[in-house]
Structure formats: C-alpha cells, structure tokens
Design a protein around this ligand. Structure first.
Ligand code: BES
Ligand code: MN
Ligand code: ZN
Length: 497
C-alpha cells in the first residue's frame, strides 16, 4: 500500500475520508462535502449512531453531487483529547472501513480541529502511520486467495495544508513501520521455516543498516559455559544460537543499553510435554527475540544517538532421547547451578545465560528483557497489559510512561525475598520453578539472581501481548510487535543526547 501527501485540491474521486468531532461536528472539508451533497453527510450522521467519537466511522455511498464513490466520516473524538496515538488509531479505522467495502484508492482530507494539540501536518503523519500499521498482512503462504478476498486499498493520498511538513514527519516515522513489520513477520513465520539458525540469519541481515551482528553457535557457547541455554536446546536437531547486535550511535566509550529477548523458536515443553491443544501457538515463543531484532533495526534505521546492544538466545525446546530430563542439574555461565524440575520452564534457563553474557561482555548501563515467559501473566493481566518486573523505580516509571504513549501498556508486578524463597533447591543453588503460586513472580525472581549488583534491570513478560486474537485499530489480528515502539519511545525520551 502506497501512501503519499499532497496539498488540498479539488475533491477527488474514489473513496474520500473527512473528519468529525463530537457531537456530529464536521470539520472544514466535511462541511464542504456536505454542502456539495446538499446535506447528505449531516443527514447520514443524524440517521445513525455516529457521533464523532474517536475511531468511529460512518460510510456514505455514492452521494449525489460528488465524483466520490464513498465518503467516510471518521470521528477524531474531542479536539482536546487528540494525541499522536489516538490519531494513529483513527487512521487504522479508516483503512478498515475502506477495505471492508472494497475501495481501491483512498483520499484523506485532513484538517485539525481548533483546540487540538496536533497541527494538521502532524495529525496527517500520524494518521498515515496508523493506516500503514493497520495494512499489515502475512499472506506469503496463501496461494489460493481470490482478489476479492484480499484488502483492496492499494493507494492512499493524504491531502493536507502543509503537505511537505507532513511528508517530512512521516518519513521520520517510516522506520517505525518497517521495524514493526519486521517483528510481525518473524513472529508469524511457522516453526519449520523459522528455527534458531534461520532466525539468526534474518538477524544477520541487519548489518545492512550499519549494525555489527555476531552469531555464536553451540561450540562457542559451550566454551563460554552457557550450559543452561544449551540444556534447553539439547533435545533438538536444530543447533542453538545467540545473536549479538550492536548499534554504536552514541558517544564513544559510553556504556550501552542492553536489550535481551527470549527466542524459543518452538516450545513443546520438552520432556515436560505441553498438551496438544493450542501447542501451535508456541511458534511465537520467540516474540521477545523478534521484538529485540525490531528494536535494533529501528534504532539503526533512525540513527539513534545512543549505544545499544541487542542479544537474543535462540533455541528449540523439544523432547527426544537426548533431551534434558526433569531432575537434571545444569551449571549456568554465572557459575550458579540450577535444578531443572520442569523442562517447560525453559525461557528463564535461556535468558539467565544471555543476561550474564551481556553483563560480562558489555557492562551495560541498564538491561531490558522481553519474553513470553509465563502463562500465569496472561491469567493475571489478560491481553491488556504486559507484566513489568523491575529493580529500579526510575526505570520502571520511564518504561511504563513510554509504553502508554505508544499504546503498549505495562503493569508493574512485585519482587521480594519472600518470593525468592520459593525457588530454593535441595541439591542446587536454585530450581527452575517455584510451584503454582505467583509463578510469574518466581520466574522473575529467578532472572533477578542473574543481575549483577544493582544494575537497573527490567523483565517484561509479554506472554499475553505478543499475539492478538482480535486485533485493534492499528494491529490486525496476529503478531503485534509489542515492545518495539515502547523501547523506541523510551530511548528517544530518556537515552539520547
Ligand atoms: N512459553 C511458555 C509461556 C507461555 C504460555 C507463553 C502461554 C504464552 C502463552 C513458557 O515457556 C512456559 O511453558 N511456562 C510455563 C512455566 C511453568 C512450567 C512453571 C507456564 O507458564 O505454564
Ligand atoms: Mn515452556
Ligand atoms: Zn516458553
């Protein structure tokens, strides 16, 4: 789908979108089209539930007096409540309406209502980003789709006074869309196509953007003592990998930020096998790593003035004659030993070695890690918020605020010594599960044991957020790329000079 910006001209043909705010107040272009149609738009609003609320749309087919086939009236909500994020949502809703009625070319006539914090060019750029994000589709494996089953909108023109400014703003947002699409693609790929080595290969392609990408195989990780990670992958025919991506856009010698991702390319549970029902979902147990790859892509593409390193641990958790057993004890890179009670609690075993490597090698000023770590976080928070576990109030607040600005919401969860007690082992330094109670917290306590000193560290459990069963205004159902925009916002708000 192509998106271009232009100065307002005479009313275009095809599908045309105009805007309204509550209560049923058309903005300038809407008023003009209403006049040209002798009041068809106002009559249509009055005859419907449309009130101009944020994200509402009302379609008017082939009104007399216009060349347009369809006019979409889109609600922006109250002028004072318009934000970048709300504008993106409105853009997404317009695209959904236009695709739903088979339109091919869409023209959006943008004017900003008085009292809006966004001026017309910025409103236009954010609408465009929302349109693009909503247009995502993973259809490379569909060979029999008829044209009428596909989304129809192929070109979008956004008419706005100050088109050049809008175009510039949107160019700056292009990298956001590219990174989100990359992450969604990786998460959507089936597990026979995307496995540790093939995912590492995809990450390697980031070197085109000026990132330094290094891939470590099993032999190298064995030399480093990463036995916790290797134990998870030992039942699989696929070799485990760790990918290290560096972006040095900041001052020389400045300590980097570290972003870490769980990359379990498929999680059968191992010998502690999961039930068949829904197991196919475990192809997206690598969503944390895909988010980190997207984040590194985005930082490099927009040349962020920061030093950052992204590290992902890539494994496949399979049962076999060589698989790890419940009861095995592994020695992690940190030297701490772990009794593996349940081979399905594998994410923490992968992450503990990647976190240790990150700290030994890069001495990062902070660490933020993303993982689809526990089913229990979905029970606690559903699909509304990811769980945030953090040893530093300042970092926790900054991440939470960044997330709420981009629509990736976090909810802070507790840590504490009482929870830590639950992972004591009789024969090793710790065990890898703490039992049924507070199991998202005990997973986080496990990870915390691999944080050196009081280095700021955050663990974001995205098990409920990586994939959406219903989608929203800017996310079709499927992979969400949760985390990519959150970190982009966090870095630009707090980490760039
Ligand atoms: N990848 C799963 C967690 C998960 C479950 C993510 C559902 C998304 C949806 C993780 O490796 C896992 O299996 N966790 C277990 C831990 C348990 C054995 C302590 C869980 O949550 O049941
Ligand atoms: Mn598991
Ligand atoms: Zn898992």
């Amino acid at each position: 789908m192509k998106i271009v910006f232009a100065e307002p001209a005479k009313t275009p043909a095809g599908c045309v979108a105009v805007f309204a705010i509550p209560e049923r107040t058309l903005l300038g272009y809407g008023v003009a089209l209403d006049k040209a149609t002798q009041g068809a738009l106002k009559r249509a609003m009055a005859a419907s539930r449309f009130a101009g609320k944020k994200g509402q749309t009302l379609g008017v087919m082939a009104p007399n007096g216009l060349a347009a086939d369809r006019v979409i009236i889109a609600g922006l909500g109250p002028a004072k409540e318009i934000t970048r994020r709300s504008a993106e949502g409105v853009g997404g809703s317009i695209l959904a309406d236009a695709n739903g009625t088979g339109q091919k070319s869409l023209s959006v006539l943008v004017d900003a209502p008085s009292g809006s914090a966004l001026e017309a060019p910025e409103l236009a750029a954010r609408l465009a980003l929302g349109l693009r994000l909503r247009s995502y589709r993973f259809d490379k494996y569909r060979t029999k789709e008829k044209p009428e089953q596909k989304p129809t909108v192929t070109s979008v023109t956004i008419y706005v006074p100050g088109a050049a400014a809008a175009r510039r703003l949107y160019a700056g947002l292009q990298a956001v869309g590219d990174a989100v699409f990359l992450t969604r693609d990786l998460v959507s790929e089936p597990p026979n196509v995307l496995y540790p080595e093939s995912l590492a290969k995809r990450a390697r392609e980031l070197s085109k953007l000026g990132l330094k990408v290094e891939v470590l195989g099993e032999a190298q990780m064995r030399r480093l003592g990463m036995n916790a990670l290797l134990g998870v992958g030992q039942g699989s025919k696929r070799d485990s990998q760790m990918v290290v991506m560096r972006w040095d856009g900041g001052r020389r010698g400045e300590k980097p930020l570290a972003f870490i991702g769980k990359g379990v390319c498929f999680d059968t549970g191992g010998i502690s096998l999961k039930p068949a029902q829904g197991m196919e979902d475990m192809k997206w147990d690598m969503a944390g790593s895909a988010a980190v790859i997207g984040i590194m892509h985005l930082l490099a593409a927009r040349k962020a003035r920061v030093n950052a390193v992204g590290l992902v641990g890539l494994v496949e958790n399979m049962p076999s004659g060589e698989a790890q057993r419940p009861g095995d004890v592994v020695r992690s890179m940190s030297g701490q030993t772990v009794e593996v009670i349940n081979t399905d609690a594998e994410g923490r075993l992968v992450l503990c070695d990647v976190m240790w490597y990150a700290q030994e090698k890069f001495d990062p000023r902070l660490m933020v890690e993303f993982s689809t770590l526990t089913g229990a976080i979905v029970v606690a928070l559903g699909h509304e918020r990811a769980g945030l576990f953090c040893n530093n109030d300042n970092l926790a607040n900054q991440l939470r605020d960044a997330g709420s600005r981009v629509g990736e919401k976090l909810w802070r969860m507790p840590l504490g010594d009482g929870y830590d007690e639950l992972i004591k082992s009789d024969i090793a330094d710790m065990k890898n599960i703490g039992g049924r109670e507070a199991s998202s917290v005990t997973a986080a306590q496990f990870l915390k044991r691999f944080v050196q000193g009081d280095r700021p560290w955050a663990h974001v459990d995205i098990a409920g957020m990586a994939w959406s069963g219903k989608g929203d205004a800017t996310t079709p159902k499927g992979a969400t790329a949760f985390g990519v925009r959150l970190i982009d916002q966090f870095v630009s708000d707090h980490c760039e000079k």
